[in-house]
Design a protein around this ligand. Sequence first.
Ligand code: ATP
Ligand code: MG
Length: 460
Amino acid sequence: MLRNAKVLVADDEKNGRRMLQILLNRLGCEVLVAADGEEALEIIHTNTVNLLITDLNMPKMDGLALLSALRQEGSELPVIVVTAYGTVETAVEAMKQGAADFIMRPLDIEQIEMVVNHALESYRLKQENLFLRDQLDRHGWDEFIGQSSRMHGIYELIRQVAPTKASVFIAGETGTGKELVARAIHRNSGRQGLFVPINCAALPTSMLESELFGYIRGAFTGAIKDRIGKFEYAHQGTLFLDEITEMHPEIQAKLLRVLQENTIERLGSNHSLVVDIRFIAATNRNPRQAVADKLLREDVFYRLNVINVDLPPLRDRQDDILLLANNFVETYRKQMGYRELQLSTAACEILTAYNWPGNVRELKNIMERAVVLSRGAKIAEEHLPQEIFFENPQERKIAIENQDCAEGLEDCISDLEIRMINRALQNADGNKAKAARGLKISERTLWYKLKKYKINSIEE
Ligand SMILES: Nc1ncnc2c1ncn2[C@@H]1O[C@H](COP(=O)(O)OP(=O)(O)OP(=O)(O)O)[C@@H](O)[C@H]1O
Ligand SMILES: [Mg+2]
């Protein structure tokens, strides 16, 4: 742990710094030095420092002030304070303010090693926990958005089948969330191994076979060393066979053997290995049609289709469209650092009227684009791509008329103003003076409206 750790030593006394530096170097740490709190803060801002060891009495900014400045800016950098013999009270005070530990003069290498090691280790554990929690949040249930009864049915099914070892076949149009479901099943399965996805459409047949089975050295030209395949990687975990209908029938026959016997042989080897794999397969074709068309072997299909999950297209869960749209707007708004952002009624009308052939993925991409184009103002029609607009102009007119009634005059005028200002800014490449001229208003009025509607215009 100590090896390669970057430690900053802050002490106004040259000898004190030197002493610590020598001891820490001896323990394998890289050492940076600062002569006071201000200098230390600057070094921390411009370097990746793993630990700070600071003296308490320093000019400009003392140790406690440095500690409190760090905590105030949200830094969790572990801090160890150095105290003189007989000033334990100050050390206690420092610990109360968030120091990780303290060391006492005269310096003792064993004490330093122990304290430094402990501080670095607990910091590492804390970071690891944060990372894991973040991963859980990101890959947990909160990743699913959707309150329609169809989606509730899917959540329930995932909960029921996840802990079993039953194979799952997921069918659904492109972008409906098949991979999301597969990952959720694995996550809730309690299986110790990995989630291993493989896209059967992405590789030519010969490569797919060696990807799946692995090989031993000399199995074919170019096999210069042994290589483990996806089946083995997925041992005690889950193998996700994405786009299974695109797998060559010859490999499907080999897959069938694995499904029946739970054993594999690496290419070029006659040695059988027993594997314990949970299989999940997916396709965006109609699976029965794929069987009829001889794209998918019937025996493979029946082996995999113990549980079948049919993901509904987005157009069949109307209630979820705006829920998803608003969630994606919120995600990208945060990413862009805009304060608040809403969809205008007109935009909502367009989103709900569209038939979403690319399903949730398409909606997600369109919302990302809209948030960027909106520059932080309300998301209006012109932030959406033309191709999703109503095919029938009459339909659109009605929607816009309905919008007028629903929103009331004030909101409707605001909407129109925002739309025109955004368009003028776009035409003027963000130049406000030019945009104001285009709108036939003064720059001052434009400035006022930009502020009022929180429109972030790009400066020239
Ligand atoms: N219910 C949902 N809630 C939130 N995000 C979703 C939902 N469904 C899908 N997504 C998001 O949409 C995108 C597409 O999902 P996913 O990759 O699982 O689709 P897919 O069915 O595997 O598509 P394809 O057939 O094209 O591979 C991903 O970014 C995913 O996070
Ligand atoms: Mg997919």
